[in-house]
Each structure stands twice: as structure tokens, then as C-alpha cells.
Design a protein around this ligand. Structure first.
Ligand SMILES: [Zn+2]
Length: 199
């Protein structure tokens, strides 16, 4: 059996996982686009993916609220990435990762194990302020985690929560403008509002 030497390990491509996790309006998609653009400037080969259910903007682009955009492939679940991946791809970007199913963690680990840089932007909390699986799991196995904060629209402090403004208890509600606003811990009210605290 051949043993790997330190020299072998040094030349083998080194992969890792980066997670940009935050609430609505925290700028996580913009951060993803910025990192992918910098990779492109560095002449690395990039593929970007996003879930089909996000049809807010043009289907074939990742678009931030400030209209930064990047060409992307639309998929239904995380496993589709492995089928659509090109052998030459060095950097994989994924937007709205919380909508790609429980297989996302295994797919990201596989990509990183194969020597690729994986960057995932995702909501880490749902509209009730509870962990949005599988993102907490992905954050645990990632090398780098960034948690950008939005600004609380009520008090102006850093905002980690997405306040839903409509009477709808579906977990997935696409389209942010008018349906959600950024709130800090103190101003956030989980919905449905418990009767005792209803105002
Ligand atoms: Zn606040």
C-alpha cells in the first residue's frame, strides 16, 4: 500500500466550506456574489446554484436586494449540484441554501473533500426565530462562518431575526419585500403570537 507523504498532501487541492448565515436584509446574498466575483477575477472556475422556488428575480441569476447579480443554475435539491457539476469547477456558490433539503450538508462535505471551495448563503433562523435545518448543522462542519446583521427597523440596533408581517404559518414564504422586516432580539415577536403576549 502506498503511503501519502507530506509532499502529496501539499499538492492535493484543498477544499473548505464557508457559510454566510443571517436573516433577511442582512446582505448575505450580496456577500456571496462578492466572494464569487473575486474568485472569477482570480481566474478560478465558478459555478453558482440556487433553489427553483426562489422566483423573485430573473430565474438564471442570483440577485441581491441591491440588484447585484451573478449567473446561476436553478436546482430543486442539493443533490442536483453533484449531477450538474463540471469537473473543472473550483468554487461552488449556493444561495438560499436553507431551501435545498437535508442533503445539503453531505453534498457540501463531498465538494469540499474533493478539493473545492464551497460558499453557502442561507437563513439560519426561520420566521419563528428557530434554527432552520440543515443550516445549523452545516455551520458546525464549515471552516468559516460569517453572520452578517441587518438593521432593526424598529430601534436601529443590529438585527439577527426576520419578522414576518403577514398572518401565514407556512415555513417557506418566498419574497421578502413587504412580508418580512429585520428585527433585533428585543423587537422580534415570533409569529403566531402567543395569546398571552398578543397586543
Ligand atoms: Zn430592535
Amino acid at each position: 500500500m502506498q503511503e501519502s507523504t507530506f509532499a502529496d498532501l501539499a499538492v492535493r487541492p484543498r477544499g473548505w466550506i464557508e457559510v454566510i448565515a443571517g436573516g433577511m436584509f442582512s446582505g448575505k446574498t450580496e456577500a456571496l456574489i462578492t466572494r464569487l466575483r473575486r474568485a472569477l477575477i482570480a481566474r478560478q472556475t465558478v459555478q453558482a446554484f440556487k433553489p427553483r422556488l426562489d422566483e423573485r428575480y430573473e430565474a438564471a441569476f442570483i440577485v441581491s436586494h441591491s440588484r447585484l447579480r451573478l449567473e446561476t443554475q436553478v436546482i430543486d435539491r442539493a443533490e442536483d449540484i453533484l449531477e450538474q457539476l463540471l469537473p473543472t469547477t473550483q468554487v461552488v456558490g449556493i444561495d438560499e441554501g436553507q431551501f435545498l433539503g437535508p442533503g445539503l450538508v453531505a453534498v457540501c462535505r463531498r465538494l469540499a473533500d474533493d478539493g473545492r471551495r464551497v460558499i453557502v448563503a442561507a437563513l439560519d433562523l426561520d420566521y419563528r426565530g428557530e434554527p432552520f435545518e440543515p443550516i445549523p448543522h452545516l455551520m458546525a462542519v464549515a471552516e468559516y462562518v460569517t453572520k452578517p446583521q441587518a438593521i432593526c427597523v424598529v430601534c436601529g440596533h443590529p438585527a439577527n431575526f426576520s419578522q414576518r408581517l403577514t398572518a401565514d404559518d407556512r415555513r417557506v414564504l418566498v419574497g421578502a419585500e413587504g412580508l418580512y422586516e429585520a428585527r433585533c432580539r428585543r423587537c422580534f415577536v415570533p409569529y403566531p403570537v402567543p395569546p398571552a403576549t398578543a397586543r
